[in-house]
Ligand binder design. Sequence first.
Ligand SMILES: NC(=O)c1ccc[n+]([C@@H]2O[C@H](COP(=O)([O-])OP(=O)(O)OC[C@H]3O[C@@H](n4cnc5c(N)ncnc54)[C@H](O)[C@@H]3O)[C@@H](O)[C@H]2O)c1
Length: 339
Amino acid sequence: MKRALTVGLVGAGRIGRVHAENLAYRIPEARLVAVSDVFVAAAERLAAELQVPAVYADYRAILDDMSVEAVLICSSTDTHARFIAEAAEAGKQIFCEKPIALDLLKIDGALAAVEKAGVKLMIGFNRRFDPNFRRVQQVVAAGEIGTPQILRITSRDPQPPPIDYVKVSGGIFLDMMIHDFDMARYLVGNEVETVYAAGEALVDAAIGEAGDVDTAVVTLHFAGGALGVIDNSRKAVYGYDQRVEVFGSAGCVSADNNYPNTATISDAQRVHRDLPLNFFMERYTESYVAEIKAFVECVLNDTAPPVTGLDGRLPVVMGHAAKRSLHEARPVKLSEIGI
Ligand SMILES: NC(=O)c1ccc[n+]([C@@H]2O[C@H](COP(=O)([O-])OP(=O)(O)OC[C@H]3O[C@@H](n4cnc5c(N)ncnc54)[C@H](O)[C@@H]3O)[C@@H](O)[C@H]2O)c1
């Protein structure tokens, strides 16, 4: 039998819990051996539920724990870059939630530490592991729709986040559209050169007062000429709306929303169905399992991580370019931000 990878979790919050449960129940190739959280009661609760032997208040204890081979960094965004650098220096293999940081210099520092230590780093762009989007990517990569010409991504949340989050998150382009920027590169298989953003606060005036927008459309110009459109809304009244389409010289491939069931209800007035799965915890369940499996496999088989540090950095560059584009009302080249 193949050995199981020993994993330590930093951050026992919302997403940390998802990964911990997947490790405990769905990924036999790995074993969760330690959990840490500054809010130690959260770590203790999770560890007790999942029978994890070690609990620490200080994440550094996980780095000092010789039984831990790999760490999952699931703490708040502002801790990621520092924890990546320290975990790399401690020789741990690293999975880190997106984004690495909002500041590109901090990202570069973390990536340099990983490079120096020669450890693996995978970034949690989980949507790449969604079975529907993955299939779309395979079709495009296999040339089945010819040369990609137009990409469309619709990504709308069921409700806006709390206003306190909006104030510190970096705004819609860095906390929400960042996933779509990654999806754009992943689906088209090419780099974006220019972004042009339009945005308004149509959902909640308080978001506008906080200096952000809640409704945004960004056009993308890829190297090689393909065009893309991403639209985001903080509030779709019918729930979580997540669709993609790639149109090319020889055809088109698209993926619709996921629904809790396939029942169609027909009555004297209309034909209708239940709403799409509501928000990321339900919609992307399978992707979270598949991404951690992929991380564990790349460590155990000593292969390259499927989502690299550079994959983590580029969507942040795109987010900053979109912000500048909106404020200056002009197309912005990513080279202006610093690639
Ligand atoms: N890929 C995705 O779909 C996805 C979804 C949600 C969150 N995220 C990312 O995951 C990260 C966490 O988000 P969340 O929603 O789980 O937040 P959360 O607030 O629910 O959890 C964060 C946890 O980290 C802990 N923490 C903070 N500082 C720490 C430290 N120094 N050491 C140890 N623990 C510390 C907090 O106490 C908290 O329990 C964010 O960076 C977010 O962007 C990604």
